[in-house]
Write a new protein. Structure first.
Lengths: 245, 245
DNA sequence: CGCAGGCTTGAGGTTCCTCAACGAGCGTGG
DNA sequence: CCACGCTCGTTGAGGAACCTCAAGCCTGCG
């Protein structure tokens, strides 16, 4: 029931989001998935699409050589599973226990012809996904490890209402596969960001963002405090403030 | 009542695309752009969308540190410039001299409400762009330089009707910025692929694909003939690759 | 002929990956 | 209760891949 203000951020839509949201009672089937459960498999028929009511879902693709790539994380309110073509290009898995609404795909045709507003909303959802996918392509194509992690943290922060104490429900491996890094590099960067006091890591699944602005500077300008810190400590091996030893 | 046509199958562009295509005479304005001309600028208002009639267009984003990323190349028949939000996130530039149809964005609203088929087609275009953007994210996130170049050549081949003699209208710099590599690395990989006889390079803007299957193997399984060739030539300088032993 | 721009190639350096080990948390069973 | 195995996260050492810097080449053009 707590589903209300999904994609109401941009004024681009004329406040008609009620139309789409109101459908979930009529058409949606509520489903529960345990952590790590598969919601649908890569290559299977795309007969449904989904909305996350609670929990987190990841879209995963596996390579022949064993590599894994995560295309997206879907949080409460997000829609997913709308694809072109009849075959899934990614599998969807529950990162945490989660609750989903499931919609039959074939009703889309009716929705579109009967409710132009819904058609517009569905299209807008895809356009937003497109913008996000393009943004990720630039991240993966042009950013170094520190920038990628910083952008991930900021993205997560936005998704959580600009919170500074972030909840990281996914594993380090998930983050690495999302950012095109190895788990080791991901770990190291997080450690370094904590060492330079841009973030705090109270426990592996929570991150306190201390300096949002500096994190933004990293992603935009490529300034790398990790490297900065390394050269500083090399030039001036005096112990940094804060760390025991 | 129910539309029997389920979902558009594989041949998505054909069949119902007449509706959308037939609009270009009524609504489209034909425009010409010289090579390297800017069609629209990053940050400008998105008041139009386009279809390429002839030539090639690139979508470009610039970073504060001077880095450049190409989100997409658009060839004859492609649509581009449909975005979420009112501001361009990328600029569009003519790779070659080109001819475009320009459509006013505001007519979309009318089209959608009056012609559900058109709404469906527009949405499908975005879904295809989305799939392609996600595919590129995995390429940039998980493939090494050789795999990226190979996948680029195959993509180009498909776009050109599975041709084996490819036309490369864009510069090496463009390719590098599209693949998230430097121009030097791009050059080197192409040279190596030619040395191992997977491709031929009659001139810098044409590439002959000699072994499509092997190129596919590179992208799918990660097998790297460049590396293979390097180690072989080190161990046995006269042996030619291509036959397993 | 000289110049400019795009392409190619080489040498050296940096980043990130690979391999390896270790520790913390946690459920299971003795 | 502790021992044990297991997963996940963290850290270090060394190497590979790619980038940076630099030079040389080719073609087209004034």
């Amino acid at each position: 029931m707590a589903v209300s203000h999904e994609f109401a951020e941009e004024p681009a839509t004329e406040g008609s989001s009620e139309t789409l949201a109101s459908l979930q009672q009529q058409l949606g089937v509520k489903q529960h998935f345990k952590r790590a459960a598969e919601i649908y498999a890569e290559g299977s028929q795309s007969k449904h699409w989904y909305q996350v009511e609670a929990g987190v879902v990841r879209s995963v693709i596996l390579f022949a050589d064993g590599q894994r790539h995560i295309a997206n994380f879907n949080f409460a309110g997000d829609y997913f599973g709308l694809e072109f073509g009849n075959r899934r290009k990614f599998s969807a898995e529950a990162v945490t226990d989660c609750v989903l609404y499931r919609y039959p795909r074939r009703t889309i045709e009716q929705l579109i012809s009967e409710l132009p507003q819904v058609a517009r909303q569905l299209w807008n959802l895809s356009l937003k996904d497109l913008a996000q996918a393009q943004s990720r392509a630039t991240v993966l194509g042009r950013m170094n490890a520190t920038m990628r992690v910083a952008s991930f943290l900021l993205e997560l922060s936005e998704r959580q209402g600009s919170a500074t104490l972030l909840d990281l429900p996914m594993s380090r491996t998930d983050i690495a596969d999302y950012l095109g890094l190895t788990i080791e590099t991901t770990c190291r960067v997080l450690t370094r960001l904590a060492e330079v006091r841009l973030i705090g890591i109270p426990d592996p699944h929570h991150i306190q963002i201390i300096d949002t602005r500096a994190l933004g500077t990293i992603t935009v300008e490529g300034f790398d405090p990790v490297r900065e810190w390394l050269s500083r400590s090399a030039a001036n091996p005096r112990r940094r403030p804060g760390t025991a030893e």
